[in-house]
Design a protein around this ligand. Structure first.
Ligand code: ADP
Ligand code: ZN
Length: 218
């Protein structure tokens, strides 16, 4: 099964995606994480995309599609994956549909939309810190889900970091970009009869409800 996590930045796609990935033994693929790693390593791709990300703009479709398709050909995702942060445009959704129809036609594809009001999102993102260890990548909220020891990951002990694009100005831009694309994107999955939307108020509850839905769709 390919599970596609849709929703604005800060709605919990990463947090919920990671929980689902462990529970369902599916690899979690986050385009944002892939891009940030390329930027840290100063690769050609990293240099090409850095400005878009810092300014809260979308990386161009052709670059994103090429990156994701290369990742989807690797062995650990042949039977499915959790896609977090991709697709973000109808062009990306269309490319994914064609790619999977060609390479893995028998696996189901289901999109989950996480719906959270913008003012709540802004509060969450300015308080968000993430584990710097990329194998772990745990996400904390200094307000609602703080680490036990300030600045240190509960799970692996690595240093916690704030993302460069997690400031109020860039978040507002990212939300604007999201709302520009989301209507058509959600429509795309609705028309494919593969969309489940929830307002995740409480983490455990949201995960439970998504899992129940996925079981019904198996
Ligand atoms: P968030 O969902 O919190 O915005 P992500 O880590 O998913 O964070 O993405 C960070 C940034 O990476 C985005 O603001 C965008 O610039 C870029 N990005 C990630 N995924 C995509 C995508 N599918 N299409 C275009 N740009 C993307
Ligand atoms: Zn960690």
């Amino acid at each position: 099964m390919y599970i596609i996590m849709l929703g604005a930045p800060g709605t919990g796609k990463g947090t919920i995606g990671k929980i689902l990935s462990e529970d369902m033994k599916l690899t979690h693929i986050s385009t944002g994480d892939i891009f940030r790693e390329q930027i840290n390593k100063k690769t050609e791709l990293g240099k090409k995309i850095e400005n878009y990300i810092e300014n809260g703009l979308l990386v161009p479709d052709d670059v994103v599609i090429e990156t994701v398709e290369a990742r989807l050909l690797e062995d650990d995702v042949k039977n499915g994956a959790i896609l977090d942060g991709f697709p973000r445009t109808v062009a990306q959704a269309q490319a994914l549909k064609e790619f999977l129809s060609e390479n893995n036609p028998n696996q189901k594809r289901i999109a989950i939309e996480l719906n959270v009001p913008d003012d709540e999102i802004i509060k969450r993102i300015v308080n968000r810190v993430t584990c710097s260890n990329k194998e772990c990548g745990a996400i904390y909220n200094l307000d609602t889900r703080p680490p036990k020891v300030a600045g240190i990951c509960d799970i692996c002990g690595s240093e916690l970091r704030k993302r460069k694009d997690d400031n109020e100005e860039t978040v507002r831009k990212r939300l604007e970009v999201y709302h520009l694309n989301s209507k058509d994107l959600l429509e795309f999955y609705k028309n494919n009869n593969a969309l489940y939307s929830i307002c995740p108020k409480q983490l455990e509850e949201a995960v439970k409800s998504i899992k129940e839905y996925l079981n019904r769709r198996k």
